[in-house]
Design a protein around this ligand. Structure first.
Ligand code: TRP
Length: 357
């Protein structure tokens, strides 16, 4: 069993993900993608290259697509809700501008789908306090929020997220590595539900994470992540000029010879990664071409290919911004579809649990 001991849960998740990619390519029927975001404002290129572009690809390969705008998750780690409606509108705009097709895909919010939220009650009965407390992503979020006491919703939101996925029988969840503990928790909940409440019937199928090769884009100030609050981002909604200004201000180093060295020169490598994502070229090739022309040349090239790549998206974005009525109409239709699905699931859950009176 020595081999088995060296296998990590990441390896297992990666294997399941590889099998899913094959299935998507061969026959996407029966696959349902469920993923989403917390509505905290407009999206930046880290979101776009890290996940949104990949979701659009999977949608376009024929996988049924459900996107949750996780409004109740916004209040897991902060006390101030802020302009939530504005944030939802920005997110809808970015989704549609990036190519999410509202005719084929369902976009919905937590707060508009009561039956989804109700599933959290039976699901909570299937998890223990130590399981919840050892979730590494929840612990990291508590630390990042700078709070000493864990909020009840922060502790239990992975269970809520299980409801997000299972209410519509989502079986494919494209996420980054930080979300894997939540997918694992969802798999456990699905299995325990089937055993404990469904008499062994496979009512909820354990979903799989879909991992991608997408890179993590660092903040332009060299910080680990792009984050709007740090101002180290390029937002999708920026103009070409604003983008150029941001990229010009990006932190680099004083070595004029441009090389792709993510460990030793993360800031330069980050710009090369962005340029590579936009141009479809390898970052090493771009580095060689720039050679000893320095960071200034690299920045000009990066801004140029980035602006070129985002131009069609930004044009659609500008059109969509003119019509918020349409955006919220798309959300209302999505919420309707999500409610129909959630009501049916909750009804079946009540039957399985003997709670139909
Ligand atoms: N927790 C996810 C994030 O912060 C957002 C999310 C909410 C989600 N519900 C989900 C992702 C269900 C995948 C599946 O990015």
């Amino acid at each position: 069993m020595a081999g088995a001991q060296t296998r990590t849960s990441y390896d297992t998740a990666a294997e399941r993900s590889d099998a899913l990619w094959r299935k998507i390519g061969e026959d996407p029927s029966g696959l349902r993608m469920l993923t989403g975001d917390r509505p905290t404002g407009a999206l930046h290129i880290g979101h776009y290259f890290g996940s949104l572009r990949n979701r659009v690809r999977v949608q376009d390969m024929g996988v049924e697509t459900w996107l949750i705008v996780a409004d109740y998750q916004v209040i897991t780690d902060r006390d101030v809700i802020g302009d939530i409606k504005g944030s939802v509108r920005e997110l809808l705009t970015d989704y549609l501008a990036a190519g999410i097709d509202p005719e084929r895909s369902t976009i919905f919010t937590h707060s508009a789908v009561p039956a989804l939220n109700q599933l959290m009650l039976p699901f909570l009965s299937l998890v223990t306090q130590p399981e919840l407390e050892r979730n590494p992503t929840v612990k990291a979020e508590l630390a990042a929020a700078g709070k000493s006491a864990m909020g009840g919703l922060l502790l239990t939101y992975p269970v809520h997220q299980a409801a997000d996925i299972l209410f519509c029988h989502g079986n494919l969840v494209p996420v980054g590595r930080d979300q894997l503990p939540h997918i694992e928790q969802t798999r456990v909940i699905a299995r325990r539900f089937n055993e404990r409440y469904a008499g062994g019937e496979q009512y909820f199928a354990p979903p799989s994470a879909l991992l991608s090769e997408a890179p993590t884009i660092l903040g332009l100030d060299g910080e680990h992540k792009m984050s709007k609050s740090r101002g180290n981002t390029v937002m999708l909604r920026m103009t070409a000029d604003e983008t150029l200004k941001k990229i010009k201000k990006a932190k680099t180093d004083s070595d004029r010879l441009i090389t792709f060295d993510p460990e030793g020169r993360p800031e330069v490598a980050n710009l090369l990664t962005i340029a590579a994502e936009c141009s479809g070229r390898a970052p090493q090739e771009i580095a060689e071409e720039i050679g000893d022309k320095g960071a200034g040349t690299l920045k000009m090239y990066t801004a140029e290919v980035l602006n070129e790549h985002l131009r069609p998206l930004r044009e659609r974005r500008a059109e969509l911004e003119q019509d918020p009525g349409y955006l919220f109409e798309v959300l209302r239709r999505g919420n309707e579809r999500a409610n129909a699905e959630a009501d049916a699931t909750l009804q079946r859950v009540r039957e399985l649990m003997g709670m139909v009176y």
